[in-house]
Design a protein around this ligand. Structure first.
Ligand code: HEM
Length: 236
């Protein structure tokens, strides 16, 4: 298991003055929708939250409608499906955990809403994981008799090294609306940025508030010092 370093050049939101790159978040959403959503839900994110990524209300309505979510038949009370509404969350593709495990060699694809918080250095980790597939070093593997069992995949950045998630990305898999070339590192970076947003949509706002607070406290300190001078000016 190797510690990765995340994407080259880092993310737009890195650092105390970092900002979202809206075009990147939209590309990341596209990767989630066209690739990851086949197995992973985002149960804490609703379609209407996409407004924050720059989509209009009409676009969000249309987007929600293009998804199928679990519903209940009003006549019979039985479980069925219906088109999504803006208030619905991004659904799991499986009816339950047993079906999810059965489809994935007994591993359940986890909800991705908070994944970049659940894992250490999560934004970089998601990038590393998606770009970490390959073969183990043959010399090292031979030395310890290492094997990847059938149905699992070697991934040098997964703590367990053998992961039940098949490599989800390959070059050119999605066609980005903005014309960005969809290499595996590009799609990985964009979807890692998108999942950072799902886990903390207020990240940039929080930092801006922090800077405002620091500025205000400095100002208040100067004011307090000046009034102290003023009040005691006549007394020696
Ligand atoms: C696990 C991301 C696509 C099936 C995971 C994990 C992440 C992730 C972050 C958690 C790893 C951990 O526990 O540290 C993604 C992203 C995808 C994607 C960003 C799209 C680019 C898929 C697809 C499938 C899938 C298409 C199904 C074919 C799984 C399974 C696990 C998993 C079964 C559990 C693996 C285990 O615990 O061994 N995925 N995934 N994923 N994913 Fe995905």
């Amino acid at each position: 298991y190797e510690h990765g370093e995340g994407p080259e050049g880092g993310f737009a939101f890195d650092g105390a003055f970092g900002k979202w790159d809206m075009a990147q978040l939209q590309r990341g959403y596209q990767v989630y929708k066209e690739v990851c959503a086949a197995c992973h839900s985002l149960k804490f994110v609703s379609f209407r939250n996409l407004r924050q990524l720059g989509y209009t209300e009409a676009e969000v309505d249309a987007e929600a409608k293009s998804w199928t979510v679990p519903g209940i038949d009003p006549q019979t009370g039985e479980a069925t499906t219906r088109p999504g509404l803006p208030t619905d969350a991004f659904p799991s593709p499986y009816p339950n955990a047993i079906a999810a495990a059965a489809a994935n060699n007994n591993a359940i694809p986890p909800d991705l809403s908070l994944m970049t918080k659940a894992r250490h250095d999560g934004s970089n980790y998601v990038y590393d994981l998606l770009t970490g597939y390959g073969e183990p070093d043959p010399a090292k593997a031979a030395k310890v008799g290492f094997e990847t069992p059938d149905g699992l995949y070697f991934n040098k950045h997964f703590p367990n090294v053998n992961i039940a998630m098949p490599p989800p990305l390959s070059d050119g898999q999605v066609t980005f609306a903005d014309g960005t070339a969809s290499t595996v590192p590009q799609m990985s970076k964009d979807v890692a940025a998108f999942l950072t947003w799902t886990a903390e949509p207020s990240l940039v706002e929080r930092r801006q508030t922090g800077w405002f607070v620091v500025g205000f406290l400095l100002f208040a300190t100067v004011l307090a010092f000046l009034s102290y001078k003023q009040i005691w000016a006549g007394l020696k």
